[in-house]
Structures are given as structure tokens and as C-alpha cells.
Design a protein around this ligand. Structure first.
Ligand code: MG
Length: 159
């Protein structure tokens, strides 16, 4: 019997003008992006927290504090790479990851396959193990008012 761990992550970022919007390692919009210390890739942040949560390693705010200048404007793919290094160094492999992105605009369906490829490559796994689902909130709440984006991620790790 293999040892398995489940992890869950959640993140929110506000939308601001004059920024590029990164989700799942892909630029999905120019001129409207997420306000953050890093590139604001809220999908990767939730995914990193799910991976860290599965192994009770804290969260990305703890690993990459926004008071540390070395993480300013950094691509979140690099943060994911570093988190996966931790996961692999402890002998764990990704079973699968499932991510749900709630965003009113822009429509991200055209980018989902590119995001899966980008995340799978960075995590050293096959795209078949990485799921990304997109939803609007039917105009309700802060997502519906186009003020922000909300992401939930679940992962399974196998040893
Ligand atoms: Mg974040």
C-alpha cells in the first residue's frame, strides 16, 4: 500500500489596471492584472498551498514572504518549481491536481490547455494529471463585480 496525502489550497487576488494577468503560468490578459508582490498568479499560489498543505509544510506566504525583495515581480512558475523541489526531495510524487478558477472576465477557457501544459511541465508530470476548470460567478460577489479572482486547488501526493 502506497502512502498518500491530500492537500487543499485557496487564494484570492484583487484585479488592478496597468498590469498583465497571469493564470496557470500563462498571460491571459494585458493591461488588467492581479495586484500582488509576485506576478500575482493566483492559480499557482493556490496550487502551491495545496502541495505544501498535503505535507504540512506551511504556506507560500511563509516560504516566500512579501517582505523579501527577491520575490518581487517573480514568475510564480519559479515558486511552483521550488515547492515541487521540496515535494520531490521528501520522496513524494504528484498523483493529480485539480484547480477551479472563478473569474468573471476575461474568458479563460481558450487558455486552459496551455495552462495545463505549463503547470505539468513545471511540476515534472503529465498534463493528464493536471485539471483546470473555469467558472464565472454569474455576476455575483467580488468576482462577479470584476474586482478579483478566487481559486481553489486540490492535490494528491503519492509516496
Ligand atoms: Mg497569492
Amino acid at each position: 500500500m502506497k502512502d498518500i496525502r491530500i492537500g487543499h489550497g485557496y487564494d484570492v487576488h484583487a484585479i488592478g489596471e496597468g498590469l498583465d494577468m497571469y493564470l496557470g503560468g500563462v498571460c491571459v490578459c494585458k493591461g488588467l492584472g492581479f495586484i500582488a508582490h509576485s506576478d500575482g498568479d493566483v492559480a499557482i499560489h493556490a496550487l502551491c498551498d495545496a502541495l505544501l498543505g498535503a505535507l504540512a509544510l506551511g504556506d507560500i506566504g511563509h516560504l516566500f514572504p512579501d517582505t523579501d525583495a527577491q520575490w518581487k515581480g517573480i514568475s510564480s512558475l519559479i515558486l511552483l518549481e521550488k515547492v515541487m523541489e521540496r515535494v520531490h526531495s521528501l520522496g513524494w510524487e504528484l498523483g493529480n491536481a485539480d484547480i477551479t478558477i472563478a473569474l468573471q472576465r476575461p474568458k479563460i477557457a481558450p487558455y486552459v490547455e496551455q495552462m495545463r501544459l505549463s503547470l505539468a511541465k513545471t511540476m515534472g508530470t503529465e498534463p493528464e494529471r493536471v485539471s483546470i476548470k473555469a467558472s464565472t460567478t454569474e455576476g455575483l460577489g467580488f468576482v462577479g463585480r470584476k474586482e478579483g479572482c478566487q481559486v481553489w486547488a486540490s492535490v494528491l501526493l503519492i509516496k
